[in-house]
Design a protein around this ligand. Structure first.
Ligand SMILES: *Cc1c(COP(=O)(O)O)cnc(C)c1O
Length: 243
């Protein structure tokens, strides 16, 4: 049994976010269907995940492979929710990710990529991934440093190696920009990720660089204006995370 009042409040929050996503997309001249909301349930207990599924959320985002897989295994098998991995993955957790997630948003190193490629092959699948770039250049953030546009060329050898891994399917880019109270200040970083996508897509047109995963509870509207196709929204849908 799920907690009815929790499910109701999650459903209301989710619908409110969906309406805002759709309004912002339309105002920006974009197809509202081109933006998907990933509801982030990291650190939330199973009971919250059950309510989220009951509230008809379609995509869940998790940060810790073991936590996520344990939730998957405890859930009723009837659900059709999609699980996305959005957090940093240690190489030794690569197998869990290759076997259990529909999309990895946060591919951030060649070492991880090679392991994912190997485990995806063993599971006889092609794993869809997004490449994570650190557009703010912060020490604390994962991803390839893409803060200095004049150095983007230096990213290309790694990108080419990634493209050669046959069991990974690169679908786009992801970023986690510096945090600002004022969402407007995040705009240049979202814009930078989109420009990087355009740069890579000119150089490697054989790849579908379609997806841009950017924006959280506080700034997803700005991210959509700048081209986000996935927004990763946690607290605005499910409330505060337990610490
Ligand atoms: C936690 C997290 C989010 C969601 O943040 P909220 O503030 O809860 O919306 C999005 N992306 C990543 C990578 C996260 O770790």
């Amino acid at each position: 049994m799920t907690d009815k009042s929790l499910t109701t409040s999650i459903r209301e929050n989710y619908q409110k976010i969906q309406r805002k996503v759709s309004d912002v997309a339309q105002l920006a001249g974009r197809d509202p269907e081109s933006v998907k909301v990933v509801v982030v349930t990291k650190k939330q207990p199973l009971s919250v995940v059950e309510s989220v599924i009951e509230a008809e959320v379609t995509i869940l985002g998790e940060n810790y492979p073991e936590e996520a897989v344990s939730k998957m295994q405890s859930l009723d098998e009837k659900n059709t929710v999609e699980w996305h991995m959005i957090g940093h993955v240690q190489s030794r957790k690569a197998r869990l990710v290759a076997e259990n997630f529909v999309l990895l948003h946060s591919l951030d190193s060649l070492k991880l990529a090679r392991r994912l490629d190997r485990f995806a092959a063993e599971s006889d699948r092609k794993l869809p991934v997004l490449l994570q770039f650190n557009v703010g250049g912060e020490e604390s953030k994962f991803g390839w440093d893409a803060s200095d546009e004049s150095q983007w060329e230096n990213l290309l050898p790694d990108v080419e190696t990634l493209l050669s891994l046959e069991n990974l399917e690169i679908c786009g880019l992801m970023t986690m920009p510096p945090f600002f109270k004022d969402a407007e200040l995040t705009r240049p970083y979202f814009c930078q990720l989109r420009r990087l996508r355009d740069y890579l897509s000119d150089l490697y047109p054989q790849v579908k660089w379609e997806q841009l995963s950017m924006g959280t509870s506080v700034d997803f509207h700005v991210a959509i204006e700048e081209g986000a196709t996935f927004v990763r929204v946690g607290q605005a849908v499910v409330g505060q995370r337990p610490i």
